[in-house]
Design a protein around this ligand. Sequence first.
Ligand SMILES: Nc1nc2c(c(=O)[nH]1)N(C=O)[C@@H](CNc1ccc(C(=O)N[C@@H](CCC(=O)O)C(=O)O)cc1)CN2
Ligand SMILES: Nc1ncnc2c1ncn2[C@@H]1O[C@H](COP(=O)(O)OP(=O)(O)OP(=O)(O)O)[C@@H](O)[C@H]1O
Length: 242
Amino acid sequence: MSSIRVTDNLGTTVNTASEHTATQSCSTRCSDTEHSTLTRAQLRRLLRQRRRQLSSAEQRHASQQLCRQLRCLPEMLSARHVALYLPNDGEIDPVPLLSWLSQRNARAYLPVLRPLADNALWFVRYDARTPMIRNRFGIAEPATRFGAHRARRRPAWALDVILLPLVGFDDQGQRIGMGGGFYDRTLAFTHPQRDAGGPRPKLIGLAHEVQHVDSLPVASWDVPLDAIVSDTQVIRPQRRKS
Ligand SMILES: Nc1nc2c(c(=O)[nH]1)N(C=O)[C@@H](CNc1ccc(C(=O)N[C@@H](CCC(=O)O)C(=O)O)cc1)CN2
Ligand SMILES: Nc1ncnc2c1ncn2[C@@H]1O[C@H](COP(=O)(O)OP(=O)(O)OP(=O)(O)O)[C@@H](O)[C@H]1O
C-alpha cells in the first residue's frame, strides 16, 4: 500500500496509507510523537475543528486577505455571474466580495439544496431582497420557493466562476468538502472524463491556510479545481489528465 506524507503548516504530519486512511503524527512543533490512523472522515473533523478555532479577529483578517486576492484574479475581473457561499462552521468568508461584484454589475448566486433530494445544488440569484430560509444543515440559503422559478437561478455551466468552500486542500488542487458530495455531483459535467468542451465555470476553492495539507487522497468523482485561494496564497494546480 502506498503511503503519502502530508505535512501542513501547523507542523502536523499525515501519512495517507490508502485512499481512505491517513496516519497522523506530530513533527517539529509538537513535543511528543503521537501516531493515529486518520480516515477521510477524521481528517475532515480535524480540519473543521481547526477553522472553528480561529478567533473572530483572525476570521476577519483572513476574509480581507482572501477578498483582496480574489479581486485581482483575471477570472474574477471578467466574471459576470459568480456563485459564492455564506460562511458556516468557520469557513473563510467571501461575503465582502458582494459589494465589489455589485459595483461591477456582476451577479451573485448562492448554493441551494435541490428540493428533490438528489444531493445536488441549484445556484440561485442573491441580493439584499432575496427571501432566505435555513436549510437542513442550518445554513442560510435563498428560499426554495423563490429558487423554484427558473429565471431566478442559473445552471452551473452558465456561471463564470464558482467559489467553493473547502474543508481541506493540497498543492495538487485536491479538495475535501463537507462530505455530502453536493458540489461533486453538481459539477460532475466539468470532470475531465466527462467534459465535452462546452461552457463551464472556473472552479475556485476557498479555505483558510490552516486547512492546507501536503497531499489528499483522490476519489474518482472529485472534480479538479482551477485555483485555490487562501488567506495567504493562490494555488494554480496543474490540470489533471483524463
Ligand atoms: N457555506 C456553505 N454552504 C453550503 C455548503 C457548504 O459546504 N458551505 N455545501 C456544500 O456541500 C452545501 C451544504 N452541504 C453540507 C453538507 C454537510 C453539512 C454538515 O454539517 N454535515 C454534518 C452532518 C449533518 C447531518 O447529517 O445532519 C457533519 O458532517 O457534521 C453541512 C453542509 C450547500 N451549502
Ligand atoms: N458525481 C457523483 N455522482 C454520484 N455520487 C457522487 C458523485 N460525487 C460524489 N458522490 C458521492 O458523494 C459522497 C461524498 O463525496 P465526498 O466525500 O468526495 O464529498 P465532498 O467532496 O467532501 O463534498 P462536496 O462535494 O459537497 O464538497 C461519496 O460517497 C460519493 O459516492
